[in-house]
Design a protein around this ligand. Sequence first.
Ligand code: SF4
Length: 255
Amino acid sequence: MSAPHPQSPSLDQPRPRRARPKAPAAAPASPELKAKALEIHKRLCAVYDCPIPYFHSLDPVSELVSSLLSHRTKNADSGRAFKALHARFPDWEDMLEAPVAEIEAAIHGVRWPELKAPRIQEILREVKVRRGELSLDFLGEMPVEEARLWLQEISGVGPKTSAAVLSFSVLRMPALPVDSHHHRVAQRLGLIGPSIDVGPSHPILRAQLPADWSAQKLYDNHEILMLHGQKVCFHRRPACARCTLNDICPSAFEA
Ligand code: SF4
């Protein structure tokens, strides 16, 4: 077995629990915004053919690694990096005490590998310290918001990553991730204000959708808004003329 990392805390004992932060409060959505969000969902589902198949069937720890790699990185590049990292460390436990340079080399195709390599290692160490094992399966027994907050107590895990772990992994929990495409489209459509950043947009956009929606429907909502951002509502020169939402979009032909 490799020697303990000189700067890491003991991985054997669960760390005493910190006070859990409260869920970010989102103002209740107005009936108009709720109706608009549903109309957008209905139209985009017709275009992108809901239900959308899940693109991953990873355990939640693997999904956490995958999600951390994907930050500001193209899906193809982060997918390649994930495969290379998992090939190097088939058991994530072996990564906990590995030289950071080895992790960085495996993920060199992502953006900021020199930052992501130590961060991923530290985050997985934190999971092990807090749980006594490197597993996040227990999150499936918790209410969604509580599970998200548990993850977000870890430095470096934000709202998008926590939602992705719960939604995209085999846990298949009803959480709504918001990526940069999703965020841009929602902003242009007027679902969120121009000064709302990606992180704070999570509870606002979730509150506009029915509370009892299934994991699949929330996943569909994220995917169709993301796909719309990738295929029609481009960052530069959105294709408003062929957008199914151009009659209800305040930014149509102006973005
Ligand atoms: S009308 Fe244009 S700006 Fe509005 S959502 Fe469609 S593509 Fe985006």
